[in-house]
Ligand binder design. Structure first.
Ligand code: B1H
Length: 800
């Protein structure tokens, strides 16, 4: 599948391509072109190079009738595309050289691109890594998603508090997509059911058109390319001319407003579901358009709809697209005249469901009233699925029902409709079986399997950390990018002083670069020789940024008490957004910023402690901070973080972890070895036990003078001098409820932090541990994850 034209591509040729696009696609001459114009021209020139492998991949799939995999996700947190595409095509060097001839700087141009932020956090970023790995592995596949006009909001800090402004990535031209106005489907909502000639007919009350926008996703070395198809919404009737002529312009535009509302904005909730009618409509919009498109493509080259399950697999990324089951059945029954039982069986053979969380607030439930009013036909079908499943399992507990207490439980629906259900780390999968779906797991043994998450090494090492990537290549040769297990070959080199020095020199350079960026971005000077202690992820109580701030305050207090003492210098770096409606998380953000203000302006802290919280953490910021991290904070309450993927990225880039036995931390620790992982805290089982003691928080605080002092300092208003009672609520909750057990794990966390300090004081030991982290991360390549999905869930084969 290699692009045969590529060897002939020269620096001059590529320069001409860029100039051609600048002139004929962008419409600018080179003397008046802005960075934006150059970026578009470069993007189009690169995109041209994807088209050949893209067409070739599509043709190969048709010609060989490969099994196709469809990934349905409400989120794709892609980030920037240009540099990633250039690297995968092997054209970054050539592009940079060609631009140099034109007086332009590749890095400046790449940085001009806005992040495609069509996701909240880990779940959306995972979908993006998986799309890239499927292309790398030659897994014939399509991603389906929503083309949100506004991705995840931009975060600002106003007096230390999070404020949100709309994100606006589509206000600029988006050069990576191809609009497909000819690929469109009518999606229907509301209305009622009627009996006509013995058939039930859905008479919809609202309709919108889903129209396709395709982005080619190119894999490593451009050997294969898949399509990410995002659906935009268009009105079925443009506008009401009669109303317009009467002068009622607002009412005339109603159809357009209705349509555009659906794809207007990404719901900014991570691990909590919104429960809003519009969200249900978005989910059905994605699902319906995708399933119709899938059936259309299937029937273009196959006659027998009953053979569908031999030729395709559909993966549901959490329950957000779980209407795929009822929708597929609806189309098979109502349009293709299959009996319900057969439609059910085919659909089950086709579908897979990935669960990403056990948190009760994230488990989608829709009232039967809302489901029945937005999707009356689907409500009927869901009840039939439920009845058929209950009938097939007479000796069952009540808890397996899909419809319970007048609510549709989307987790149970997805489980029943899927032939494989998977968790995202070994621990999480065990908990899916034992805590989330115990009865369903017993009824369907073997259905729940594990596929531990992974991250793409192309973006998270090659692109984000070119210094380390080059060192790896110098040390073990080329090819590790698509065979990450080869990082293991670094292990013997860790004994070599020269290698360790080179490894730490890369880290030092990355830290210096990040320090410069922090100075520009936050106006705070940090010492690149201090330990960079990084916690970057969504702000959530279960992720326990609060415990990290408490520890920061304890450290500040220690230094205040002993200003002449010796302390290991640390820069505490935080990054992450809170859901706009999540008041407790917003309070934690406020506290971090308040503590930063006090710490960073305290002369006693100079050379010892700094707190940095750059606003608007996103994929691009992750690419800056992760390569500069020494310490990775993975400190969630055990049993709550399904997997984590930031933990993998940080280890891959040579950061040591301080963490709990949660999610994929367990597997990371297994691989790097217990002596190279700073473990602390209760296990998932101990967490459950601990909560039975209603006085757990009070007892934990009473047992620790340091923690008592921390809470006292916060309560006194030492970090909020102009509003001393600001954190009374927070302190009260720490003493009296503390569901996520910050106080119970705090003392052990401090103990582990002291061990971190001791290790950092021995640079040679630290270097060995850091290099070992990189060397042992091969397993966490998303290529390994996708192979697992292909073999154990999709039954798909590589086309390469
Ligand atoms: C994860 C979500 C999530 N789990 C609901 N669940 C959402 C749930 O908009 N919603 O309604 C959005 C997102 N996200 C994360 O998935 C887990 O917390 C991480 O531990 C995991 O690594 C990641 C990928 O599997």
């Amino acid at each position: 599948m290699t692009n045969e034209k590529e060897p002939t591509l020269t620096r001059e040729g590529f320069r001409d391509d860029i100039l051609h696009h600048l002139k004929y696609t962008v419409g600018k001459d080179r003397h008046h072109a802005s960075v934006y114009d150059w970026r578009l021209a470069l993007s189009y020139a690169l995109r041209d190079r994807i088209v050949e492998p893209w067409f070739a991949s599509t043709k190969a799939t048709w010609d060989n009738d490969y099994k196709r995999v469809y990934y349905l996700s409400m989120e794709y947190l892609i980030g920037r595309i240009l540099e990633d595409a250039a690297i995968n095509l092997g054209l970054k060097g050539l592009a940079a050289a060609a631009l140099l001839d034109l007086g332009q700087d590749f890095d400046v141009i790449a940085l001009d691109e806005p992040d495609a932020a069509l996701g909240n956090g880990g779940l959306g970023r995972l979908a993006a890594c998986y799309m890239e790995s499927m292309a790398t592995l030659g897994c014939p596949g399509y991603g389906y998603g929503v083309r949100y006009e506004h991705g995840l909001f931009r975060q600002r800090f106003e007096m230390g508090q999070q404020a949100e402004t709309p994100e606006d990535w589509l206000s600029q031209r988006h050069p990576w997509e191809f609009e497909r106005p000819e690929s469109n489907y009518t999606v229907r909502f509301k209305g009622h059911m009627e009996e006509r000639h013995g058939k039930t007919v859905w008479v919809p009350g609202e309709t919108v058109i889903a129209t396709a926008y395709d982005t080619p996703i190119v894999g490593w070395e451009g050997r294969w390319s898949n399509t990410l198809r995002l659906w935009g919404a268009k009105p079925t009737t443009l506008f009401d001319l009669e109303r317009f002529n009467r002068g009622d312009y607002a009412a005339a535009a109603a159809p357009e407003t209705l349509a555009r509302t659906i794809t207007r904005v990404l719901y900014p909730d991570d691990t909590t579901y919104a429960g809003k009618e519009l969200r249900l409509k978005q989910e059905y919009f994605l699902t319906s358009a995708s399933i119709k498109d899938i059936l259309r493509r299937y029937l273009e080259s196959h006659d027998d709809i009953t053979e569908l399950d031999k030729h395709i697999a559909i993966q549901m990324n959490d329950t957000h697209p779980a209407l795929a089951g009822p929708e597929l059945i609806r189309l098979l029954v109502d349009r293709h005249d299959l009996p319900f039982e057969q439609a059910l069986e085919i659909s089950q053979n086709v579908l897979g469901y990935t669960n990403h969380t056990l948190l009760p607030e994230a488990l989608e439930r829709w009232s039967t009233w809302l489901m029945g009013s937005v999707l009356p036909r689907h409500m009927q079908i869901i009840e039939k699925i439920d009845a058929a499943h209950l009938k097939a399992n007479p000796a069952r507990p009540a808890s397996i029902g899909i419809v319970r207490n007048h609510e549709v439980h989307m987790g149970e629906l997805a489980f029943v409709m899927a032939n494989r259900v998977n968790g995202v780390s070994a621990l999480h999968t065990e908990l899916v079986k034992s805590q989330l779906f115990p009865a369903l797991d017993k009824l369907h043994p073997g259905r729940v399997i594990n596929v531990t998450n992974g991250v793409t090494p192309r973006r998270w090492l090659k692109l984000a950390n070119p210094g380390l990537a080059d060192l790896v290549t110098e040390t073990i040769g080329e090819g590790w990018e698509a065979d990450l297990d080869r990082l293991e070959e670094l292990v013997p080199h860790i004994e070599d002083n020269g290698f360790r020095e080179a490894f730490m020199a890369v880290k030092r350079a990355n830290k210096a670069e990040a320090a410069h960026w922090m100075k520009v971005k936050c106006g705070i000077e940090v010492d690149p020789d201090a330990m960079f202690d990084v916690q970057v992820k969504r702000i959530h109580e279960y992720k326990r940024q609060l415990m990290n701030v408490f520890e920061t305050i304890a450290q500040w207090h220690e230094i205040k008490k002993n200003p002449e003492g010796d302390f290991v210098p640390r820069v505490k770096i935080f990054g992450g957004k809170s859901a706009p409606g999540y008041a407790v998380a917003k309070e934690i953000i406020h506290l971090i910023n308040d503590v930063a203000e006090v710490v960073n302006n305290d002369p006693d802290m100079r050379g010892r402690l700094k707190v940095i919280y750059p606003p608007n953490y996103n994929v691009t910021m992750a690419e800056r901070l992760i390569p500069a991290a020494d310490l990775s904070e993975q400190i969630s309450t055990a049993g709550k973080e399904a997997s984590g993927t930031g933990n993998m990225k940080l280890s891959l880039n040579g950061a040591l972890s301080i963490g709990t036995l949660d999610g994929a931390n367990v597997e990371i620790r297994e691989r790097v070895g217990a002596e190279n992982f700073f473990l602390f805290g209760m296990t998932a089982q101990e967490v459950i036990e601990r909560r039975k003691n209603v006085n757990h928080a009070r007892e934990a605080i009473e047992a620790s003078q340091a923690l008592k002092d921390v809470l006292q300092l916060i309560a006194e208003g030492r970090f909020s001098p102009n509003q001393r009672d600001r954190y009374h609520g927070l302190v009260h909750r720490a003493w009296n409820s503390d569901y996520f057990l910050v106080t119970s794990d705090f003392t052990d966390y401090q103990r582990a932090q002291a061990e971190v300090d001791a290790a950092f004081l021995d640079p040679d030991r630290w270097a060995r541990m850091a290099a070992l982290n990189t060397a042992k991360m091969g397993f966490f390549s998303s290529d390994r994850s996708i192979r697992g999905y292909m073999e154990n869930i999709w039954g798909a084969r590589s086309a390469l």
